[in-house]
Design a binder for this molecule. Structure first.
Ligand code: SF4
Length: 292
C-alpha cells in the first residue's frame, strides 16, 4: 500500500464529519482537547479514553474476527464453535476488566457484567461464521489467502482527488481480478452513512491498488441479528458526488481551523454547544458542558 509523509493537515473521514455535524463542542473535545487548559485537557482526554457497552461489543467481535481470519490463512478447518465461545468469553473478561466504561462513570450502571457482552459479541460472530459468505471465504484458494489484508495497520490514510482522507477498512480480500472489501457492523443499519463509507473504501482500494484489479466490490455485513450483506451499486456519478461531498465537508471543518496546514483550532468559544440537547444524553463529554 502507498504510504504518506506525516502532515498535520486535517484529514476527512466519515466519523470525523459525523462528530462535527452532531456538536461543534464535542468535535473540539474529540480532536483539539490538547489545546485546552491543562485541567480540561486532561479531563477530556480521560473521557475520550473510555468505552461503552455497544462500542466494546463491536470491538470484541472485530478483534475475534481478526484472529479467526488470521487462522484461516493457515488452515481451512471449520471453526469449532465450542472453542470459539470459550475464546470470546475469555477475551471479553480480559477487555471488560481492563477498560473504563462511560456507563459506570456516569452512574447509569454500577458495574459492567462481562457475560451479556460476551453473549452479544458471540452472537454476532456466530452470524458471520455460519453464513454462506464465510463458507466461501473458508474455501478460497491459498493464492487468495496469501494476499488478504485483515484490519490493515495504520489509520487508512488515503487521498481523494488530492484531499487527505481516512477510510479504515476491516478486511480486503483479493480474489482473481476482484478485490472484495468487507465491513462488519454489529450495530444498527445506517444506510446513508454506510453507503458513504463504502464509496470511501472503493476509492481507497482504487487509489492504493491502481490498475491491479478489474473490479472492486465493497460490502457492509450487518451481523447483529442475523447475517445480511449489502452491496450497493456505485456509479461514476455517485463517485463524483462523493468527491464533491468530501471537498465540501473538508472545507467546512477547516473553517474551524486557525491554521489549516497545522490543524490548530480557533478559540474554544467558536465551537458552540449543540442546541439539540438530546445529543448530550449519551455524550462522553457531558460533565464538561454541565449538561447532566
Ligand atoms: S454534552 Fe452536548 S453540548 Fe456538550 S459536547 Fe456533548 S453533545 Fe456537545
Amino acid at each position: 500500500m502507498k504510504t504518506f509523509p506525516f502532515t498535520s493537515e486535517l484529514g476527512w473521514s466519515v466519523s470525523r464529519y459525523d462528530v462535527f455535524q452532531s456538536c461543534k463542542r464535542k468535535y473540539y473535545y474529540q480532536y483539539y482537547a490538547k489545546f485546552d487548559e491543562p485541567a480540561i485537557r486532561d479531563r477530556a482526554l480521560y473521557l475520550k479514553s473510555m468505552t461503552t457497552v455497544p462500542l466494546e461489543i463491536g470491538n470484541i467481535a472485530h478483534d475475534v474476527m481478526e484472529s479467526i481470519l488470521h487462522r484461516l490463512i493457515k488452515s481451512s478447518q471449520p471453526v469449532d464453535m465450542d472453542r470459539l465461545k470459550v475464546f470470546v468469553r475469555n477475551r471479553t473478561q480480559e477487555y471488560v476488566s481492563s477498560k473504563k466504561f462511560l456507563e459506570v462513570h456516569y452512574k447509569e450502571l454500577e458495574s459492567i457484567d462481562w457475560e451479556p457482552l460476551a453473549d452479544r459479541a458471540f452472537a454476532s460472530i456466530q452470524n458471520i461464521v455460519t453464513s454462506q459468505r464465510f463458507e466461501w471465504i473458508l474455501n478460497l484458494p491459498q493464492q487468495s489467502k496469501d494476499q488478504w489484508m485483515i484490519e490493515p495497520s495504520g489509520f487508512g490514510e488515503t487521498r481523494i482527488e488530492g484531499m487527505k482522507a481516512y477510510c479504515k477498512v476491516d478486511f480486503m480480500l483479493p480474489h482473481d481480478d476482484t478485490i472484495y472489501i468487507m465491513d462488519w457492523k454489529t450495530g444498527k443499519p445506517d444506510p446513508e452513512k454506510h453507503r458513504k463509507q463504502l464509496i470511501g473504501y472503493s476509492l481507497f482500494a482504487s487509489y492504493h491498488f491502481e490498475g491491479r484489479f478489474a473490479n472492486i466490490i465493497p460490502m457492509v455485513c450487518y451481523v447483529k441479528e442475523s447475517y445480511e450483506e449489502v452491496q450497493p451499486e456505485i456509479s461514476g456519478e455517485d463517485i463524483a458526488q462523493f468527491v464533491d461531498t468530501v471537498r465540501r465537508e473538508s472545507l467546512e471543518m477547516k473553517g474551524y481551523n486557525l491554521d489549516e496546514m497545522k490543524n490548530t483550532p480557533k478559540v474554544k468559544s467558536s465551537f458552540p454547544l449543540t442546541e439539540q440537547a438530546s445529543s448530550c444524553r449519551f455524550c462522553e463529554y457531558r460533565e464538561l458542558c454541565d449538561r447532566g
